[in-house]
Design a binder for this molecule. Structure first.
Ligand code: ZN
Ligand code: FE
Length: 257
């Protein structure tokens, strides 16, 4: 059985450890900082076997150099980004086999937040960095709304049961905006209540089920008439395509952040 451990880093990052029952082996996803990873490795007596990277931002790759001085392990990451230490450059439909853990992930190209952003999908889990967040999505730093829309559609096509392991605890702030865009969404109101209670007890709200994201995350809901209408009202013009709706909702959130 694959199991996942969250290593909190900085203010709101999650570094994910992919582990297998009854072995010390672990893969490290997006180690933005080496120190908390080293603590977790020492605490749980782990043996790293690989590093997986989703994109080039410092809060996702900043610990790679130091980890590689301690562990001689392969680094899997996006082929289209310039990142220190990558031994296995990856693109759409490549496969990552982690034999010691018994894990296998397919690679999705999900550009938008950055130009070469990738995600790892397998075992009903998605490691998607800063592309999809719980209740939100990453900012468009390098890509176009069309690219990000296509990336999120690719994710939306995955099964509802998929557990979404994004890289930040942004859920509460994301849901506040979601309620501005979709004030009458009952599933969203319930999620806000649940998330507020969880955060009050300092619980992680990540991972989340993709099915819940499809019902409550405005960035997966461009096709919903109520959201489209709200976006058109904000834009003051018709938004004929899903990418137009998505781009407007993303811009709308940016104006409120
Ligand atoms: Zn990022
Ligand atoms: Fe980030």
């Amino acid at each position: 059985m694959i199991k996942i451990t969250a290593v909190p880093a900085f203010d709101d990052n999650y570094i994910w450890l992919i582990r297998a029952d009854n072995t010390p082996f672990t893969a490290i996803v997006d180690p933005g900082d080496a120190d908390p990873v080293m603590e977790a490795i020492a605490h749980d007596h782990l043996e790293p076997v690989a590093i997986l990277l989703t994109h080039h931002h410092g809060d996702h790759v900043g610990g790679v150099r130091e980890l590689l001085t301690k562990f001689d392990i392969p680094v899997y990451g996006p082929a289209n980004e310039n990142i220190y230490g990558i031994t296995h450059p990856l693109k759409q439909d490549d496969v990552v086999e982690l034999e010691q853990i018994g894990a296998r992930f397919e690679v999705l190209d999900v550009p938008g937040h950055t130009r070469g952003h990738i995600a790892f999908y397998g075992h009903d889990m998605l490691f998607c960095g800063d592309t999809l967040f719980a209740g939100g999505c990453g900012r468009l730093f390098e890509g176009t709304p069309e690219q990000m829309f296509d990336s999120l559609e690719k994710i939306r096509a995955l099964p509802d049961s998929t557990q979404v392991y994004c890289a930040h605890e942004y859920t509460l702030a994301n849901l506040k905006f979601a309620l501005v865009a979709e004030p009458d969404n009952e599933d969203l109101k319930q999620r806000m209540a649940d998330t507020t209670a969880m955060r009050r007890q300092n619980q992680n709200t990540v991972p989340s089920a993709l099915g819940l994201e499809k019902r409550t995350n405005p960035f997966l809901r461009s096709q919903i008439p109520e959201l489209k209408q709200a976006a058109e009202q904000f834009a003051g013009k018709p938004l004929p395509t899903g990418a137009d709706v998505f781009g407007t909702v993303r811009y709308w959130k940016d104006t409120l952040d």
